[in-house]
Every structure is written in structure tokens, then in C-alpha cells.
Design a protein around this ligand. Structure first.
Ligand code: FMN
Length: 194
């Protein structure tokens, strides 16, 4: 929104209106306009399911209501994600809404999480709050940029080592031993004060 305003302010005074209308913005804007279809809706999942036997996971779920809707339309899994917080400012941190989604889903389909997973402790927290697994985006890209394939391997190994250390320190010999009682959320703290 703001970038549009700034672009207008920077235009030369005699720019013709037709030139304004032809302006497709930055390459990123053009890419977004060409690749995103605003007419997509929940009904399209039925069509998607009709053309593939692959499991369809719906990514970008942040609320109880959307989690229930995703199951109703036949999602095989849910990914709690705010797309790396790159799409819309002020979306909640995914870890803060994970439990709401997990409770709404009630083990009917797997719930995965991404967004902000940077350390083994982040993986541990997500598993404790009910995620079956986590996904990582930028850490892998950073590793790739720094050291290619070896950098990506290093990032994954660091996350694995940190998770194992966290599990050992928390007294969890296996992933199945990680439980809700291993973490304390803001909501827990508020409830304990009531
Ligand atoms: C450069 C970049 C491009 C992305 N493009 C998309 C996209 O086209 N569609 C999408 O669903 N998510 C996209 N994402 C979000 C990732 O799939 C993922 O949800 C996010 O990066 C996870 O958060 P993290 O980077 O903090 O681990 C993109 C992320 C980055 C960094």
C-alpha cells in the first residue's frame, strides 16, 4: 500500500494518466499479480481432489474456524503457517495459534507448523503443543546461500542436534515423550493467575 503512494509521489509532474494505468509496479508486484488467483476458494479443494490421489495439505491455517473448514473440505493435513509473515503484517506468530488449531483438529488429520523455526527448542515447543512436525523455509535458504548443499545439511544437522539436546535436558528419550506439560504458554500463565 505505501509503496504505491511513494511511487506516485516520485513520478515526474507531466506523466500522462495512460502511463499510470500501464504501470505494473515492481517485478515482485507483477509476479504476485500473475501467480495469485483471487477467485480461489474452499470449493476448489474438491476439484483438486478430483484430479489427484496425492494427499492435499492446506497451508496458511491460523484459526480454529479455518482448521474445521479445511477438514470439512477434505484436507489430509493442515499446515499452521503465516507464510513466513511476509504476506500480511500483524498476523499472529504461528506458535501462538498452534494449540487452538490442534484442539480444533482433534487428531483427525496431522497438523504441521512453519514460520520462525530457528532452533531445536522451537521444534521442541511445536511438538509439545501438538504439531506432528515442523517445516523450515529461510534457514535452509540461508544455508544454501552461505555454503550450498553443505550449508543446507549443516542447518538441518544443527536443528537436529539442538532438538536432541533439548529432549535430553527435558528428560525425553524419544519424540513421543515430548508432552504438553513440557511447555508453558502465556495462556497457561494467565490461567494460573485467575
Ligand atoms: C522468498 C520466499 C518466498 C516464499 N514464497 C511462498 C509462496 O509462493 N507460497 C507460499 O505458500 N509460501 C511462500 N513462502 C513461505 C514459505 O513457504 C514458508 O511458509 C516460510 O518461509 C516458513 O517460515 P520461515 O522462513 O520462517 O521458516 C515464501 C518464503 C520465502 C522466504
Amino acid at each position: 500500500m505505501w509503496s504505491g503512494c511513494f511511487r506516485f509521489l516520485l513520478l515526474p509532474f507531466k506523466t500522462h494518466r495512460s502511463e499510470l494505468l500501464q504501470d505494473k509496479g515492481s517485478n515482485l508486484e507483477a509476479y504476485a499479480n500473475e501467480t495469485m488467483d483471487p477467485s480461489l476458494c474452499w470449493r476448489d479443494i474438491a476439484w483438486l481432489k478430483s484430479i489427484t490421489n496425492l494427499p492435499i495439505l492446506i497451508k496458511g491455517i491460523l484459526t480454529r474456524e479455518d482448521a474445521i473448514k479445511a477438514i470439512e473440505v477434505g484436507a489430509a493435513g493442515i499446515i499452521v503457517s503465516n507464510h513466513g509473515a511476509r504476506q500480511l503484517d500483524y498476523t499472529p506468530a504461528t506458535i501462538s495459534v498452534l494449540e487452538e488449531v490442534v484442539q480444533a483438529v482433534g487428531r483427525r488429520v496431522p497438523v504441521l507448523l512453519d514460520g520462525g523455526v530457528r532452533r531445536g527448542t522451537d521444534v521442541f515447543k511445536a511438538l509439545a503443543l501438538g504439531a506432528q512436525a515442523v517445516l523450515v523455509g529461510r534457514p535452509v535458504i540461508y544455508g544454501l546461500a552461505a555454503k550450498g548443499e553443505a550449508g543446507v545439511r549443516k542447518v538441518m544437522q544443527m536443528l537436529k542436534d539442538e532438538l536432541e539436546l533439548t529432549m535430553a535436558l527435558a528428560g525425553c528419550p524419544s519424540v513421543e515423550d515430548i508432552s504438553r506439560s513440557h511447555v508453558r504458554t502465556d495462556r497457561d500463565r494467565l490461567q494460573s493467575m485467575l
